[in-house]
Design a protein around this ligand. Structure first.
Ligand code: MSP
Length: 499
């Protein structure tokens, strides 16, 4: 069992059948924000992301391109790995489900589940979507036996499979939902998962016989594991081999947050806890479910809809912090929402350049002009203190429930408060009049800017680090509004967000 100070956050691992798009990027940034906030709080953090490389989604894409699945995954996984760099992610490991370390651990865990009697041989008879890699009931089948998500024709499968006795976990899962209301966040997704459970569980395929691109089943060489069980196990297997020679499982398992999109709710909130129960492993503390980014056409951004924004292009043009800020301001985390380059330009101009960027440049300029680039060592203005005290605690409370946009709004209110403070106090007039109130105003402003910048650091790691360095206070862990700590000389900085 991991310690109270440990924090383990994961993203869904992406199918590598296409290039990464902004929808993939969104979730990775969300998880990075949670991980960076946890590090600021002094927690022992592990942040995992990676790629899901087995199953039909990849095998079919490889066949369509006329290359082997291994060639396809080796090429495409690099694009996803490159994305982690471009997004400024602070992940501790990047897992690929074709890693030997993963494959061997999947086999060990599932052999244990088999030995404990949770698996039996049967025949799957029904519909299957190769893009979802999911078995479909009548209820999720569209007209003419099509996939409701992808609109493509479903395959009719009649196949010998080993089944996982999911139905045997009905009562234990009901107990989980009854006793842990924050197991799934936000609440509407908890309710959706709970409703699925209320429909009654049927057993699910654990293995596939007609597919060869997967992890071989140790007790029957004619089968590979169904890609979802292979994929879900990444959250556990990674801890076993991420750090050569050290098993991190005891230090970090159970996960604090699995961050996922709403299309994969059932796998993470029903199948996964049941599998963990069968394997006698602890359950994650929270599954946090985000909504979808829509493209300009109002549809879920996806390769198949052809409405994707390329995160690399957006970052090249605007910089990564601008993208990270935009996504969580524009779309309330947990909800769906449209994104566009026009929307991003507007937020850039109004919020980053005019509000935060302006606050930063005004503050640095006034410190230079009126105080020889030093922050006066005087008592801070109690009026401002009462607004900024406890900002870090409020942000933490919200991020404990992954309320990423609400926390950002809380910080943004403080940015606005500081801009109003400048207007109210008009330091340029105080300077003109040699008013003795000036040092306290400058010190309060500098400290206020520093505190909001530290709070913004998980959201915009690059620009905030530049600004904190210019302020002469680079420490991102000093989060309280307090008068100690200043000394030294502040520097100057070109505009953070040029107009
Ligand atoms: N490979 C599975 C996940 C296995 S996790 C053990 C998968 N891959 S995916 O590439 O299709 O999606 C990866 C993640 O990206 C999912 O959480 C999914 O919800 C998210 N997104 C994909 N498109 C998205 C949007 N347009 N908007 C927001 N997130 C979306 O599912």
């Amino acid at each position: 069992m991991s310690g109270a100070r440990s924090f383990y956050a994961t993203t869904a691992i992406d199918y590598v059948n296409g290039a990464p798009h902004l929808g993939h990027a969104y979730e990775k940034i969300a998880t990075d924000i949670l991980a960076r906030n946890a590090r600021q709080r002094g927690r022992d953090v592990f942040f995992l992301t990676g790629t899901d490389e087995h199953g039909e989604p990849v095998a079919d894409a490889a066949a369509a391109e006329g290359v082997s699945p291994q060639e396809l995954v080796d090429r495409n996984a690099e694009r996803f790995r490159a994305l982690t760099g471009a997004l400024g992610l602070s992940n501790d490991f990047f897992i690929r489900t074709t890693d030997a370390g993963h494959v061997e651990r999947v086999q060990q865990v599932l052999q244990r589940v088999y030995d404990a009697g949770h698996v039996y041989l049967g025949t799957y008879e029904g519909w299957y979507c190769p893009r979802c890699a999911d078995f479909k009931t009548e209820a999720d089948t569209g007209p003419g036996n099509t996939c409701l998500i992808h609109g493509i024709a479903l395959d009719r499968h009649s196949e010998e499979n080993y089944f996982f006795r999911l139905s045997a976990f009905q009562a234990q899962l009901e107990d989980l939902f009854a006793t842990r209301p924050d197991f799934v966040l936000p609440r509407h997704q908890f309710n959706a998962a709970h409703a699925f459970l209320g429909g009654g569980l049927t057993d699910v395929s654990l293995t596939r016989k007609e597919l060869t691109w997967g992890v071989p089943v140790p007790w029957d060489s004619g089968h590979v594991f169904y890609v979802w069980f292979d994929a879900l196990l990444n959250y556990v297997t990674a801890l076993g081999y991420a750090e050569p020679g050290t098993d991190l499982t005891a230090r970090f398992w159970p996960a604090t947050f699995h961050v996922i999109g709403k299309d994969i709710l059932k796998f993470h909130t029903i199948y996964w806890p049941a599998l963990l129960m069968a394997a006698e492993l602890e359950l994650p503390r929270h599954v946090w479910v985000h909504g979808f980014l829509f493209g300009p056409d109002g549809e879920k951004m996806s390769k198949s809809a052809g409405n994707v924004l390329d995160p690399f292009e957006v970052i090249d043009e605007f910089g990564v912090d601008v993208l990270r800020h935009y996504l969580f301001r524009e779309v309330t985390a947990g909800q769906d929402g449209p994104v566009s380059l026009d929307g991003l330009r507007t937020r850039y101009a109004t919020e980053l350049a005019n509000e935060y960027g302006n606050l930063a440049s005004r503050t640095l300029n006034m410190l230079e002009r009126y105080s020889s680039r030093t922050v006066p060592a005087v008592a801070l203005d109690p009026a401002l203190a009462s607004d900024l005290d406890g900002l870090a605690a409020r942000v933490d409370g919200l991020l404990d429930r992954a309320e990423i946009s609400t926390a950002l709004e809380e910080i943004w209110q403080s940015v606005r408060r500081l801009n109003r403070y400048v207007e109210e106090k008009a330091p340029w007039q105080l300077a003109r009049n040699d008013d003795p109130a000036l040092p306290a105003v400058l010190a309060s402003l500098a400290e206020g800017l520093r505190v909001v910048t530290v709070a913004l650091h998980p959201y915009m790691p690059t620009k905030t680090a530049d600004l904190l360095r210019a302020l002469g206070r680079p420490d991102v862990h000093a989060r309280e509004f307090a008068e100690n700590g200043w000394g030294g000389v502040t520097g100057s900085l070109p505009p953070l967000f040029p107009k």
